[in-house]
Design a protein around this ligand. Structure first.
Ligand code: SF4
Ligand code: SF4
Length: 300
């Protein structure tokens, strides 16, 4: 019933895993943090105990319902030479869109099963979203560190509903990366470990263009491949994304205007235009000054 309702609400994957301490993931996260791969994202080191154990985050919880929401768009920009924005930020900020649908799912569960405790999360708390989704059988974590489903690819958002309901659990999926190294070879900043599965976040273009508050280090000059907000390269080259189909969420359609901007128009972007073009979009996270810094970094 829960999975059918999730599908009806537009989620294209839904799996369920037991809420329990995630010991193996905790060890990997600790090693990753110790290497400083989180860069300036200090919040990733906060609330470590909650992050690696959903039963601490939501006391009394028994199950994690993991959900995926498609955001794959075709690239319909008029000028291929113009600065690029990651596909996930094309439309309305997904946090709001996906959260609303997850709240509807929680309401449905309460209507169907009575008094049920539960909380919804969409990139909104210390939650190991990808690891929980892997445990719930939504896909495997590839060498590019993205969650990949063999028929759906990896262009989707994740959300979790953590509940005190006891449910039937799914099993993790096999890793189908095999001998492929396309993502590792294609990453322009060498952010992915040469053996895959580990990402140095502090070298990733997504971090450099969105999370980093200071100037972008000179070592990345000439390596940004025209990205000014996020980067999709290691997903675009992944063979499993050849099955990706465009989403059918009207709220994720890009506002037409910026798609047709030329290189010159991006260079001349004013604060008023930024506010208007990216109203309600995740691009706002970079703020006007941040986006201008990213555009300048391509030009200088
Ligand atoms: S998002 Fe871009 S910069 Fe980051 S790891 Fe993937 S290819 Fe490299
Ligand atoms: S590009 Fe190849 S190695 Fe990288 S995640 Fe996809 S299948 Fe795995």
């Amino acid at each position: 019933m829960i999975k059918s309702k999730a599908e009806e609400l537009g989620f294209f994957l839904c799996g369920i895993t037991r809420a329990e301490p995630m010991d193996e993931e905790a060890r990997r996260l600790e090693a990753w943090l110790n290497k400083g791969h989180h860069g300036e994202m200090a919040y990733l080191a906060n609330n470590f105990d909650l992050r690696v154990d959903p039963t601490k985050l939501v006391p009394g919880s028994k199950s994690v319902i993991s959900l995926a929401y498609n955001y794959f768009n075709s690239d319909t920009r008029s000028s291929p030479e113009a600065p690029k924005i990651s596909m996930y930020a094309y439309g309305r900020d997904y946090h709001k869109v996906v959260r609303k649908k997850m709240e509807q799912l929680l309401s449905f569960i309460r209507t169907s099963f009575g008094e049920v405790g539960g909380r919804v999360f969409v990139d909104s708390a210390p939650v190991l979203e990808r690891d929980l989704a892997r445990r719930a059988g939504l896909g495997w974590i590839g060498k590019n560190t993205m969650l990949i489903h063999p028929r759906k690819g990896s262009f989707f958002f994740l959300g979790e509903l953590i509940t005190d309901l006891e449910l039937m659990y799914d099993s993790p999926m096999t890793d189908y990366c095999g001998t492929c190294t396309r993502c590792i070879d294609a990453c322009p900043t060498e952010a992915i470990d040469k053996n895959g599965y580990i990402m140095d976040g502090s070298k990733c273009i997504s971090y450099l263009t969105i999370e980093l508050k200071n100037e972008i280090p000179q070592e990345f000059k000439g390596k940004m491949e025209n990205w000014i907000f996020g980067c999709d390269i290691c997903q675009q080259v992944c063979p499993w994304n050849r099955f990706s189909e465009p989403h059918s969420e009207p709220q994720f359609l890009p506002s037409g205007e910026w798609l047709h901007m030329t290189q010159e128009e991006w260079s001349d972007l004013t604060e008023d235009a930024f506010t208007r073009l990216f109203e309600g979009s995740a691009v706002k996270r970079a703020k006007y000054e941040g986006l201008k810094r990213n555009i300048r970094f391509l030009e200088e």
